[in-house]
Design a protein around this ligand. Structure first.
Ligand code: PMP
Length: 408
């Protein structure tokens, strides 16, 4: 039987008395997951500083990154090694820099710097990743939210907007296990995106494949070769692919990758040469020694899955038990998040109630441009970081808050 409001309030008071300190906010690996990569703390080891061709990696040079590591990730990401650069410690800074380069200098095939474009805009499928939106907001780039419809991209709207508005120069895409919905783009959707007519010749897809190998089930969708699809469609320069090892090894101390058409890679290489003489190749060597091969990466990801699969299962079980009929949520088969939709107009209240009893949840609206969720309904849950016991307590407490907010 459903809990009455009085029962919920009593439960909430009991939770308050427990003086909880639980955190569901950011998608961070748990300490056990970080332990999987602890060999990095000792690698590459004394005397190991050359790549396969004998280059001394302790010195300047090699702006494209370590060829052997690029080959491994090229295979995983379906990008030819020559078109994939291994860069710094995080892909977000590469995305940031690409946007800045486009604003200041324009992109290949374009008509000039994007800062001169009237009504410059970027499409943002929502709910989406807050840090993508933060980049646009920081530079005053207009963001146009395009809500997913029944868990799919709204291709009709996207096609129409891109065809009629020449101010639209980009679109954020997380093609595999989208943050936060877990949505995986299909081949047909990808072909539509790379093939559609665009009013701007230099329209770009910011193809953030952050979760390309982050599976939670045996149903592992293959990575779509977006660069070949775009070339076949006559728009080889449209996709700009980003990825990193942040959620494979250590976030913040990983390796970022940038992949694109030869034109775009040459453009990025030239712009970056002003910024840096080259990336941290010893960190890349450490990663090569730890991961070794594509199979090595896959084995590593299976070990991650073994740790986090039970956490996702626990979240889904608790949501099912407590919020059936009240809220809806994603059932991701990979990635890092569960996306919870509570009754319209109640997400902020539920999150505030949770905050008051020591359960930190990502602020309401975070998954929308300008933090504006018009329905005030979406809550992003990040299950990986807390221990299983803490996670279960936090989700159960959040459910009480959702029910209380909905009952108000
Ligand atoms: N893209 C997406 C979709 C993410 O969810 C994250 C991490 N939360 C990142 C990029 C950040 O990656 P990095 O650490 O390489 O900057």
């Amino acid at each position: 039987m459903d809990a009455t409001r009085a029962e919920l309030e009593q439960r909430y008071d009991e939770l308050r008395a427990q003086k909880l300190s639980l955190d569901l906010t950011r998608g961070k690996p748990s300490p056990e997951q970080l332990d999987l990569s602890n060999a990095l703390l000792e690698l590459p080891g004394v005397g190991d500083y050359r790549d396969a061709s004998g280059t001394d990696l302790r010195n300047y040079g090699g702006p494209d990154g370590l060829p052997e590591l690029r080959a491994i990730f090229g295979e995983l990401l379906e990008i030819p090694t020559a078109q994939l650069l291994a860069l710094g410690n995080a892909s977000l800074s590469t995305m940031h820099d690409v946007v800045v380069h486009a604003l200041l200098h324009g992109v290949p095939g374009g008509s000039g710097p994007w800062r001169d474009v009237e009504n410059l805009a970027v499409l943002c499928p929502v709910p989406g990743y807050d840090r993508h939106f933060a980049i646009c907001e920081a530079f005053g780039i207009r963001m146009i939210p395009v809500p997913f419809v029944d868990g799919r991209l709204d291709l009709e709207t996207i096609r129409r907007l891109v065809a009629e508005d020449s101010g639209i120069r980009g679109m954020w895409c997380v093609p595999m296990y989208s943050n936060p919905t877990g949505i995986v783009y299909t081949v047909e959707e990808t072909e539509a995106l790379v093939g559609m007519e665009a009013a701007a010749v230099d329209f770009r897809l910011f193809w953030d494949n952050a979760y390309a190998v982050h599976h939670l089930t045996d149903d592992e969708p293959p990575v779509i070769d977006v660069l070949s699809a775009a070339a076949r469609a006559g728009h080889p320069d449209r996709p700009l692919v980003f990825a990193s090892t942040s959620k494979i090894t250590y976030p913040g101390s990983g390796v970022a990758f940038f992949g694109a058409s030869p034109n775009n890679v040459a453009w990025f290489r030239q712009r970056s040469s002003v910024q840096t003489i080259g990336p941290d190749k010893l960190n890349q060597l450490r990663h090569l020694r730890l991961l070794r091969s594509t199979d090595g990466v896959r084995r590593h990801m299976s070990a991650h899955r073994a740790i986090i699969e039970p956490r996702f299962a626990a979240v889904l079980e608790i949501l099912e038990r407590r919020l059936s009929g009240v809220a809806t949520w994603s059932r991701p088969t990979g990635g890092y998040f569960v996306s919870l939709d509570v009754p319209k107009g109640t997400a902020s209240r539920a999150i505030a109630l949770a905050g008051e009893i020591g359960v930190a949840v990502t602020p309401a609206g975070s998954t929308y441009p300008y933090r504006d969720d018009p329905d005030d309904a979406n809550i992003r849950i990040a299950p990986t970081f807390p221990s299983q016991t803490e996670l279960e307590a936090a989700i159960d407490a959040l459910c009480t808050c959702v029910l209380l907010a909905a009952a108000a």
